[in-house]
Design a protein around this ligand. Structure first.
Ligand code: ADP
Length: 333
């Protein structure tokens, strides 16, 4: 469980808006529900902005009521829909979004999304000074300023379930499997799934694949101490086809790898208890942060405490600790 911050209301907030942006993550619905319910309980109107920043710039905004956010806590995806909005990179377009909020007499905004959405929110807040709170929601878990992100735990468990199943077949046929998990720039998901699933090797996007090292390590496994199955977890990386290229290269070196690409199944599904609790706490506290007049921040988790970090202080995405990969390597055989 989390320690919640003590926040004293100091601003009269009458209406807030909430949006989900970027890649969807299981638990976004739980966060929307918590924002809406926490606000409505205090007589604050809540508006739901559809399709992330696209809905903000197009004024696709509708009132949220308590029944509308009922029965969504347990569902993956997002009631409000999500989108990637290229136009939001333009200052004039962001300003248009700001004007829509002013026209609708919105006093505060909650943005639920990943590192791209955070970057957009930071620009928007810097230019308009509009009070907003960002809640970290991404299966990548790579947001600086938060130890945890909404959706990561569920996605890791989905990936783990797949690996456990693949392991059965890999064991039965003494096969080598390359299992591709999501993660274009960040290897947190691959590392979590790889350690939890006992992968023989974990290949993250932060490091180029060293083919000699991979095949050397696999040859070691071909000795008398050969394990009955081998699973390499590969993060997808930025350039599509990373795992297929690796499989091809390994085939040329005499191995017989099977490829399994988990793809989008990792994004969907019912959020885990942990993601629901995280999203619920972050959503409810976001409203208090706005009421305390402390917008312009990311609300995240540090050492089990919900903490606010000023958006202006946040830098690039959270780096993966290479010691985790060394640990995984150490216990692989
Ligand atoms: P995620 O939030 O899951 O990381 P994206 O990286 O696709 O997803 O970002 C979501 C959206 O945030 C983008 O489609 C864009 O509208 C907005 N965004 C991302 N980076 C910036 C930026 N530097 N400036 C303004 N808006 C941005």
């Amino acid at each position: 469980m989390y320690h919640l911050p003590e926040l004293t209301p100091s601003v009269n907030i009458r209406r807030i808006a909430v949006l989900t942006s970027g890649g969807d993550a299981p638990g976004m619905n739980a966060a929307i529900r918590a924002v809406a319910r926490a606000a409505l309980h205090q007589g604050i109107d809540v508006l739901g902005i559809q399709r992330g920043y696209s809905g903000l710039v197009e004024a696709d905004i509708r009132p949220l009521t308590s029944p509308l956010v009922g029965n969504i806590l347990q569902r993956g995806g997002t009631l409000l829909k999500s989108d990637r909005c290229e136009e939001f990179h333009k200052p004039a377009v962001r300003w248009q979004g700001y004007e829509h909020l002013r026209e609708m007499e919105v006093d505060g905004l909650v943005v639920i999304g990943g590192d791209g959405s955070l970057a957009g929110a930071r620009q928007f807040a810097a230019e308009t000074n509009f009070p907003l709170v960002v809640l970290p929601a991404t299966i990548d878990n790579d947001i600086e300023g938060s130890d945890e992100t909404i959706g990561f735990d569920t996605a890791a468990n989905t990936g783990l379930d797949a690996i456990d199943r693949i392991r059965d077949t890999a064991n039965s046929h003494q096969r080598l499997f390359l299992v591709e998990v999501m993660g274009r720039d960040s290897g947190f998901l691959a590392t979590e799934v790889g350690i939890a699933g006992g992968a023989e090797m974990i290949l993250v996007p932060e490091q180029a694949i060293d083919l000699d090292r991979v095949s050397e390590s696999l040859k070691q496994g071909d000795s008398s101490a050969r394990p009955s199955s081998r699973i390499i977890v590969v993060a997808e990386g930025r350039k599509p086809g990373r795992t297929q290229r690796l499989a091809q290269a390994l085939t040329e070196r005499g191995f017989n790898p099977q490829v399994c690409i988990l793809g989008h199944i990792q994004r969907g599904g019912n959020p885990s208890a942990r993601d629901r609790v995280l999203a619920s706490c972050l959503g409810a506290v976001a409203v208090k942060v706005l009421q305390a007049g402390q917008g312009g921040c990311l609300l995240g988790v540090e050492n089990r405490h919900l903490v606010q970090r000023p958006l202006a202080d946040l830098g690039e995405r959270l780096p993966l600790d290479p010691a985790l990969l060394e640990l995984a390597q150490l216990i692989q055989q």
